[in-house]
Design a protein around this ligand. Sequence first.
Ligand SMILES: NC(=O)c1ccc[n+]([C@@H]2O[C@H](COP(=O)([O-])OP(=O)(O)OC[C@H]3O[C@@H](n4cnc5c(N)ncnc54)[C@H](OP(=O)(O)O)[C@@H]3O)[C@@H](O)[C@H]2O)c1
Length: 431
Amino acid sequence: MKTFNVAIAGLGNIGLEVYKNLIKNKKNIFNKTGFKINISHISAKNPKKNRGYLIPKKLWVNNPLALPNIKEIDIIVELIGGSDGIAKKLVFDSIKNGKHIVTANKALIAKYGDLLAELAEKKSVNLLFEASVGGGIPIIQSIKQGLIANKIKHVYGILNGTTNFILSEMEKKESSFQEILKIAQNKGYAESNPHADISGADVASKISILSSICFGCKIINKKFLVEGISNIDLLDIQCAKNLGYRIKLLAISEIIGNKIKQRVHPALIPLDLDIANINGVTNAVVVDGDPIGRTIYEGAGAGKGPTSSSIISDIASIMVGNDDFSFGLSPSAKKNYKLFNFNKHISKYYLRFLVNDKPGVLSIITSNLAKNKISIQNLIQNPDKNKLSNVMIVTHKAKEENVQKCIKVLCKNKKIFKKIVLIRVRDESKL
Ligand SMILES: NC(=O)c1ccc[n+]([C@@H]2O[C@H](COP(=O)([O-])OP(=O)(O)OC[C@H]3O[C@@H](n4cnc5c(N)ncnc54)[C@H](OP(=O)(O)O)[C@@H]3O)[C@@H](O)[C@H]2O)c1
């Protein structure tokens, strides 16, 4: 009976929790897998840091980059983070030296996943990263194994708990983005530098990984549309609600012909759709496959407990040997899809123009929309006391490039237009 020697590199928020839960669940994992786990080495930056938990000194390795050279280690769990630097070197070196890798590092996998998967296949080791998408939701396993019989055409979801918390709380507490961001930071949902969450960069890595697994393709390495939530005001959330929608930051990917239409942006979605009612830090992923149809996966998208659950599941998969391919198929079988030209995207648009409340402004807006073949479905005007007015418009279906052209022209008129908000409406299907 084999005992697996596991090394944990990075003992922060997630690494320490994995350490604790592996110790707590040792017997349980043995009963379920028939294999024993032995935490043989651990490493982090500062060996003197008080982690509030007793860790035997003999396990400590000062430099994580020494781990790949330690013969008795079978599995290295990388929980340092970052797409480059020490995490990258550790993962590449470990695979080269025949160690299995488990990581939660979405930035690294989104950037180097294809290269790493090829190397892992060559070296006959596993590279697993369940925790990199959707925290505790076993979405990668579900797609790779549970949906193996399906051709997946479409995947989308709410993949960032911080931004979902902010949008939900803005609506619930009728508060501004900045006020709720502060609350999120105090509760530990948002980091002191929340840029990766707020800008959509974190979600962009996650949808790149999901696309590759769902469609059996190489990771999209071209720049695709990524928009965050910092431009959204409480007014947009309230106005969307009055129109029957809720605003969510969505990551969406679908196959259009031989291209992938992949993007991250806030969207107005109908209130009666399940995904519109995923609130707080919860994540949800919708996968549309043939023959299964629409499936939805919901759960805690981050946090130490849920994330450690996914990491330990990957360790167990390696031990029982039931997960050979990182992305669900041999790297050599991965297709090379091109990115869809998003200028050709067609949808309805929510537009808000904050303008100086002067006669003739409305006709400037409507004539420019008409010039760009954009027709109006709803129009709401909302003057305030400061001689400013908000004009909210929901368009009929229009082409992205026409909408962008129109906004570009209007933006130049700084005397009238103080702010223009564009949010795509996603009500064309019940997906
Ligand atoms: N937090 C979440 O909810 C969550 C969810 C899903 C995925 N993830 C991913 O999980 C990974 C870890 O996240 P985390 O929240 O645990 O991060 P964290 O709390 O910042 O922990 C990072 C750990 O890496 C160590 N480290 C940093 N630089 C190092 C260096 N140069 N050499 C050696 N060790 C170094 C730190 O050592 P010291 O402790 O000694 O400073 C710390 O133990 C990231 O890839 C993240 O994206 C996190």
